[in-house]
Design a protein around this ligand. Structure first.
Ligand code: AHM
Ligand code: MG
Length: 339
């Protein structure tokens, strides 16, 4: 008998059996997340035909201009996730405070923090974008507070992203490695296509927005200068550089073939009183756990991302993640050159 591909639901059932940790509520929640991703994938693919491009005409809590699709993505996810009784609350890049599941729906034991549409500047130019999510447990009774979301990355029970690009792909971890699924639009199913993703320890590729080079701090300046020096320099090899303008696009490439992604602290951010650009709860933590589960590393330069105890919902952190050899090298430069 010929065998068809493994669907996301079949994979989750099999994983639970294999590891003896079946969690039907989490499986149900992930099935809702997948549904939301499919809905958003359809809108992203239709683009202007669905009237979803352009600015929303308002700013989010972080003072960033919202695109129409940022707002729509937030609504699509909340609508897809709030009615099944798996979640107690939702925190989002696009919402000031968290969204408690309304009392007319049943409340569950999980919290979800997410960036509805990461890489917003790519929307109008048909570049890659994605949704990033992080799931933790809600231990208290009743409606959660913002404080309930302030759990370190080590408390995540599942993290992942959906990349909207030439194909839509869902990558996730529940602590047993990283698995990748490709959306088969003919069946409307995410099919397991990339089991047990591993990030190579060594790489010749880095990703950083070099328009900020003049603001970089000494560790990143040294690192990039040495990469640019190529075979003649201290690294004695040539490097390549890629910057997608979308963390999901960059992290996905690194999970597929190695590399290092940097959005470090710099003098421009320091002058603005910001602790970084990317947000801990729904960008750095979920991507950091995926990276570590794939054998890579995720660090700020001074501490592992997953060990940070968050102090606010939209907290920002410096991010360095990817192939372990390069992240270790950057940590070394931070130890030598910080200050
Ligand atoms: P967003 O969540 O508002 O889209 O911002 C996050 C994005 C990341 O996807 C990307 O790595 C970074 O911001 C790009 O920033 P910059 O335009 O400063 O290079
Ligand atoms: Mg983002």
């Amino acid at each position: 008998m010929s065998q068809t591909g493994t669907t996301l639901s079949q994979f989750l059932i099999e994983q639970g059996r294999l590891h003896g940790d079946t969690d039907e509520a989490l499986n149900g929640l992930l099935s809702d997340v997948a549904t939301a991703c499919k809905r958003l994938s359809n809108l992203v693919r239709l683009g202007e035909l669905a009237g979803v491009l352009g600015a929303a005409g308002q700013e989010n809590v972080q003072g960033e201009e919202q695109k129409k699709l940022d707002v729509i993505a937030n609504e699509v996810f909340i609508d897809s996730l709030q009615r099944s009784g798996y979640l107690a609350g939702i925190a989002s890049e696009e919402m000031d405070a968290h969204y408690p599941i309304p009392a007319n729906y049943s409340r569950g034991d999980y919290l979800l923090a997410f960036d509805p549409l990461d890489g917003s500047s790519n929307i109008d130019v048909n570049g890659s974008t994605g949704t990033i999510f992080s799931i933790t447990r809600h231990s208290g009774d009743g409606a959660p507070t913002d404080a309930d979301f302030l759990q370190s990355g080590l408390s995540q029970v599942c993290s992942g992203y959906c990349l909207y690009s030439s194909a839509s792909m869902l990558l996730l971890t529940t602590g047993h490695g990283v698995s990748g699924f490709t959306l088969d639009n003919r069946e409307g199913e995410f099919i397991l296509t990339h089991p047990e993703i591993k990030v190579p320890r060594a790489t010749r590729e880095y990703a950083i927005n070099s328009a900020y080079a003049r603001h970089w701090l000494a560790p990143e300046k040294r690192y990039v200068e040495e990469c640019l020096a190529g075979v003649e320099g201290p690294r004695e090899k040539d490097f390549n550089m890629r910057w997608a303008g979308s963390m999901v696009g960059d992290v996905h490439r690194i999970l597929c073939r190695g590399g290092v992604f940097m959005y470090p602290m710099d003098a421009r951010l320091q002058a603005d009183g910001k602790a970084g650009k990317l947000r801990l709860l729904y960008e750095a933590n979920p991507m950091g756990w995926l990276m570590e589960q794939a054998g890579g590393m995720a660090h700020t330069g001074t501490q592992p991302i997953l060990s940070i105890q968050p102090d606010s919902l939209h907290q920002r952190v410096p991010v360095i993640m990817g192939s372990a050899e390069e992240v270790e090298r950057l940590i070394g430069y931070h130890q030598e050159l910080a200050g």
